[in-house]
Design a binder for this molecule. Structure first.
Ligand SMILES: [Zn+2]
Length: 79
């Protein structure tokens, strides 16, 4: 993968990682999120992956707790 593809993929992840516009900072080529504190331009791919996995697992835990447990959450999601 060349630098151009790397930059394009970083931008795609930055734009589609679930946080919306007010939290995304993109002036002067920056690609930061002020909600989850990921620097999509400077952080390593492994660091971005680890941070996003951690965020998603924390959200899943909150959703499961809010549903009253794993079975209730599963029924809510899958019917
Ligand atoms: Zn974010």
């Amino acid at each position: 993968m060349d630098d151009k593809d790397n930059l394009i993929l970083r931008k795609l992840v930055w734009l589609s990682h679930q946080c919306y516009f007010p939290f995304l900072y993109g002036d002067d080529g920056e690609m930061q999120c002020n909600h989850c504190f990921i620097d999509f331009k400077r952080d390593s791919a492994e660091s971005i992956q680890n941070k996003l996995e951690e965020i998603h697992m924390r959200q899943l835990q909150k959703d499961v707790e809010a549903a009253g447990g794993w079975e209730n959450w599963r029924k809510k999601i899958h019917g």
